[in-house]
Design a protein around this ligand. Structure first.
Ligand SMILES: CC(C)(COP(=O)(O)OP(=O)(O)OC[C@H]1O[C@@H](n2cnc3c(N)ncnc32)[C@H](O)[C@@H]1OP(=O)(O)O)[C@@H](O)C(=O)NCCC(=O)NCCS
Length: 197
């Protein structure tokens, strides 16, 4: 969904990483902060209904980064059934220019990814412009792979990569898997036996 816009880095802000606080979406007062950041920094225009759809349904998957009282970054996500998988989706990620390159996006995006994994997601996906080197490098470092190229995906005509992070499946010993596969057969045969008596 998201599409980054390119631009100069501008003036760098002076801060220690420990001065940045990360909070999950806490209600309507956070909505204008998220909207203002995303509207400034992403090329794709979103309506208020789109923002509300995400933050009302998955408040636990949206986060904001603050430096003192100032909102300097945000991430907005969702999760749900998709075909045969339970999947997380990163819709928007933004850090304002003076605060970039200091790990804020990494911290922001790691939070919903953790919640998605704990909630049982099999994978996390998103789209990014093929020209968005910063985002592609950031997600690449986090383990996302380029699953697909989407032709002229954005309104500005630029192609997108669909990026995907696959969570490792827990290791289950083959004997247990075999036992699990056999269990319903045994149960149904004993049920049949019971019914026939
Ligand atoms: C992409 C964006 C969110 C990155 O925010 P950030 O806080 O600077 O990211 P981080 O500091 O956590 O960067 C982590 C890693 O990402 C990569 N990265 C981030 N920005 C980069 C850039 N401009 N060029 C190359 N690599 C970059 C690097 O690998 C970096 O690791 P390093 O610091 O060890 O080199 C920010 O540039 C932004 O808001 N851009 C505009 C909106 C956008 O494009 N959103 C993503 C849409 S898919």
């Amino acid at each position: 969904m998201e599409a980054g816009v390119s631009g100069g880095e501008g003036e760098k802000a002076e801060f220690e990483p420990s001065e940045i606080t990360y909070v999950s979406y806490g209600g309507e007062h956070h909505l204008p902060l998220i909207m203002s950041l995303v509207d400034q920094e992403l090329s794709e225009p979103y309506s208020i209904f789109t923002y509300r759809y995400f933050v009302y349904l998955w408040p636990q998957l949206s986060f904001l980064a603050f430096h003192k009282e100032k909102c300097v970054g945000t991430v907005v996500c969702k999760m749900g059934e998709h075909r045969s998988t339970f999947r997380g989706y990163i819709a928007m990620l933004v850090v304002i220019k003076p605060y970039r390159g200091r790990g804020i996006a990494t911290e922001l995006v790691s939070r919903p990814i953790r919640v998605m994994q704990e909630s049982g997601c099999d994978e996390v996906t998103l789209e990014a412009e093929v020209t968005n080197k910063g985002a592609l490098a950031l997600y690449g470092r986090l383990g996302f792979i380029r699953a697909k190229r989407l032709f002229r995906y954005y309104l500005n005509g630029v192609d997108a990569f669909r990026l995907k992070l696959l969570f490792p499946q827990p290791y289950i010993h083959p004997t247990l898997l075999q036992a699990a596969q056999e269990a319903p057969t045994q149960r149904s045969s004993s049920d049949t036996t019971k019914e026939s008596h």
